[in-house]
Design a protein around this ligand. Structure first.
Ligand code: F3S
Length: 753
């Protein structure tokens, strides 16, 4: 294990550290003394402190040292801006940025890409220059979808990666624990802070039998989603094993892990096997494959490993499935699908079939799909539905262009879109139906929530394998079952489609296509980060001020929020996402969804200095301009929902000092601490009711110490002041964050010393 094997073919100096991992694991083994699941082995071998770390599945918070970070272009903006504000010379851990989310599908690959490069120029220029400046690998627009590129280039067995996108688990197809996170977590790892994760439970999925005919790897996860539902994987890693694994290609395993995000799983993964070795070899990483073979014992579960839940699936009996509409866990086997469509009045006509996306655009997926399209063409018919193809990467596009699958799709009537997310994330200028018109589309994507693809809430979106997408597109009908039903050829004669065939890996190797990678320059002396001072999409951040060392007195309550206050209420998405790289602009959405306890309304609060009612961000800005710090009072589980760092950055930016609630969602609580704010809770939750929105408060910040309450002095407008104890969860290190103004300031200080 002493060998120096590079993590990938793009970077010098970043090695796979099986030696250190095995040492860490030995320490943990001697403490736990029980067989371990594969997921546990990866996590525990990446512990920051294997000796001292508390380890209880579902309970402890693990402090981990991931091998890599990856960001897509939408989330990378704020992550990099924050990282820059710390003033460090380069990222502490290998990081890549991938331009895939901002390309709208309109006319087809080349034109769409050219248009996106124009529209998003300032974002791309910023990302490219910042990546150069701080030594991140930059994958240009057109390079492909983040998860496909990670699998093709960066994933390795036993590794731990975090990525700022929910489908990061795709890299589990190469036996990596790859976890989707918020931008704040990415910044931590870029800045060399340990990364925290609640020790996941482990769900085992035992696969027996083998796949054949129309059944594909996608059907495994469609089935699992049906069993576990969209919530069933929450707080757990799903680990596949058993003899059935060997009938799956590495990219097929990637598909299964990718869509594990739909059941809420922390990640999903497969043990290292020969199919992974083959894929590593085909993608020019034989040395990694050999190295993994030498560490293979630790790249799978121990005999007798215990799972919190166990599911068994016999692949020989598994039917193809179609999931949806509107939710990915409504799983229907193909034999029952026509019936279900009728019973539920789903619009029978298939308007559009879409294959590709990060979920399903491997060479194998494309080859199998093309074999079905070719079968139809041989019978003189084409796709009845509109048909689109989104190659997952430039490498896939170039390879299927060379090997003919792409031409088959075009002959079949398909439009080949850019190597990017496109319709999967709603970047789709759809023209064939009007908004509000009920219609059905079927894709090989992963997510099908209302409106996701085309912004039309009446669109019934179904997800399935690329094979079934092609078959249903040919028939143009949801009631078609290619396993049993016939189609009419050009002469009106009945025929049955042959089951798909196709190679898992290209016989002639992959064609890399155009060069779409920008390595960090060796000499960074001449690189400057490009942000226009007049930009409304990007804004450089300055470090937040350090604490002044005093108690804070006479602060107004900006808003006393009542009921559910999610990160979406605190920092709304939708049109605001455009400003995610511009903190001041996006702060105009701060808390506009929260309900004011004073009047039961959203975004209407009283400015105590003027007595006027105004929007929340406007009042906060007015206080800030007048040098008045403020607090927010919140209800139960404040800040639940997706981990959105803007929800913590905005109140900090607009002059907030503390958020005082009945309870917090933990991730938001941590995010607030990272930004140098004080997340505090009423020691007695009933005290929430004793606070009036017009009261002034003092917070005795100087009392802040680990495990000790801190005093809130409440000063009602008319009436006597009283004191309330507040609890907090700050540890020593986090108290430093508060004192220095943020976690990043703290890291920067350490680096300078
Ligand atoms: Fe992109 Fe859709 Fe995947 S948005 S990253 S292609 S889930």
């Amino acid at each position: 294990l002493d060998k120096k094997v590079k993590q990938n073919n793009w970077e010098e100096g970043n090695f796979i550290n099986y030696k250190k991992m095995s040492e860490n694991l030995a320490i943990v083994r001697s403490r736990l003394n029980r067989p371990l699941a594969y997921a546990e082995k990866i996590l525990y071998s990446h512990l920051d402190d294997p000796h001292g770390q508390e380890i209880e599945r579902g309970v402890s918070y693990l402090r981990l040292r991931p091998d890599r970070v990856a960001c897509q272009d939408a989330t990378a903006q704020m992550a990099i801006l924050q990282f820059m504000s710390a003033g460090m010379p380069s990222v502490a851990n290998p990081t890549t940025v991938h331009c895939d989310h901002l390309i709208e599908a309109q006319q087809g690959g080349e034109k769409d890409l050219a248009r996106a490069v124009g529209i998003n120029k300032e974002v791309y220029d910023f990302l490219a220059s910042a990546c150069g400046m701080f030594s991140l690998g930059f994958w240009k627009p057109g390079s492909g979808i983040i998860h496909q590129i990670l699998l093709e280039n960066y994933a390795f067995p036993g590794g731990l990666l975090i990525g700022t996108d929910s489908h990061t688990p795709n890299a589990g197809g190469l036996g990596m624990a790859a976890i989707g996170v918020g931008g704040a977590d990415a910044v931590d790892v870029m800045a060399n802070l340990p990364w925290e994760l609640k020790a996941p439970k482990v769900i085992g999925v035992k696969l027996t039998g083998s796949l054949s005919g129309w059944t594909s790897p996608k059907d495994i996860i469609l089935k699992v989603a049906g069993i576990l539902t969209v919530k069933g994987g929450t707080g757990a890693i799903v680990e596949y094993f058993g003899p059935g694994v060997d009938s799956l290609s590495a990219t097929g395993m990637g598909t299964i892990c990718n869509m594990g995000a739909e059941i809420g799983a922390t990640t999903s993964l497969f043990p290292f096997n020969d199919r992974m070795y083959d894929y590593l070899k085909a993608t020019k990483r034989t040395e990694i494959g050999d190295f993994a073979r030498s560490y293979a014992k630790e790249l799978r579960q121990d005999d007798g490993a215990e799972y919190d839940q166990l599911i068994e699936i016999n692949l020989s009996e598994l039917e193809p499935h179609i999931n949806g509409p509107f939710t990915p866990d409504l799983a229907t086997p193909i034999s029952k699908f026509a019936e279900a469509a009728k019973a539920n009045n789903w619009p029978d006509e298939v308007k559009v079939g879409l294959i590709g996306s990060c979920t399903n655009s491997s060479y194998e997926d494309m080859s199998r799909a093309a074999s079905i399209a070719r079968d139809a063409l041989n019978h003189g018919i084409k796709s009845k539905a509109l048909f689109t193809v989104t190659p997952g990467s430039e490498q896939i596009r170039a390879t299927i262009a060379r090997d003919g699958q792409l031409q088959t799709f075009e002959e079949f009537g398909g439009v080949v879109l850019a190597n990017a997310c496109g319709p999967c994330i709603g970047q789709w200028d759809r023209q064939d139906v009007k908004k509000g018109e009920a219609n059905s589309i079927i894709s090989s994507y992963n997510r099908n929530f209302t409106g996701r693809n085309d912004g039309n809430p009446a669109t019934h979106s179904f997800v399935t394998s690329p094979d079934l997408v092609v078959a249903m597109s040919i028939a143009g009908s949801l009631s078609f079952n290619p396993l049993t039903d016939t189609l009419k050829d050009k002469d009106g004669k009945d025929f049955k489609l042959s089951p798909p065939t196709g190679n898992g890996l290209p016989e002639r190797g992959y064609d890399p296509g155009q060069d779409t990678y920008q390595a960090p320059p060796k000499d960074r002396a001449n690189v400057t980060v490009q942000v226009s001072p007049t930009s409304d999409r990007l804004q450089l951040l300055s470090p937040f001020n350090a604490w002044d060392g005093k108690d804070a007195t006479d602060m107004p309550i900006l808003i006393k929020a009542q009921g559910k206050t999610t990160t979406d209420h605190i920092s709304m998405a939708g049109p605001w996402l455009k400003y995610r790289g511009h903190l001041d602009n996006i702060s105009n959405n701060m808390l506009i969804g929260a309900i004011n306890a004073a009047n039961g309304e959203a975004n209407k609060i009283k400015n105590f200095t003027t007595g006027e009612w105004d929007a929340v961000p406007a009042v906060a800005r007015d206080y800030k301009a007048k040098g008045i710090r403020w607090v927010v009072i919140g209800d139960w589980n404040y800040g639940e929902g997706s981990s959105r760092e803007h929800a913590a950055l905005e109140p900090r930016h607009l002059g907030g000092l503390a958020i005082i609630t009945r309870s917090f969602a933990r991730i938001h609580e941590t995010n607030l601490k990272k930004q140098g704010m004080l997340p505090l809770t009423f020691s007695d939750p009933a005290d929430y009711d004793r606070i009036n929105p017009d009261d002034k408060v003092d917070i005795l910040c100087t009392e802040l110490a680990v495990g000790k309450p801190i005093t809130l002095r409440v000063k009602p407008a008319n009436g006597e002041a009283f004191e309330i104890p507040l609890s907090h969860t700050f540890n020593e290190a986090q108290i430093e964050w508060f004192k220095n103004g943020s976690a990043l300031n703290t890291m920067a200080k350490k680096t300078k010393n």
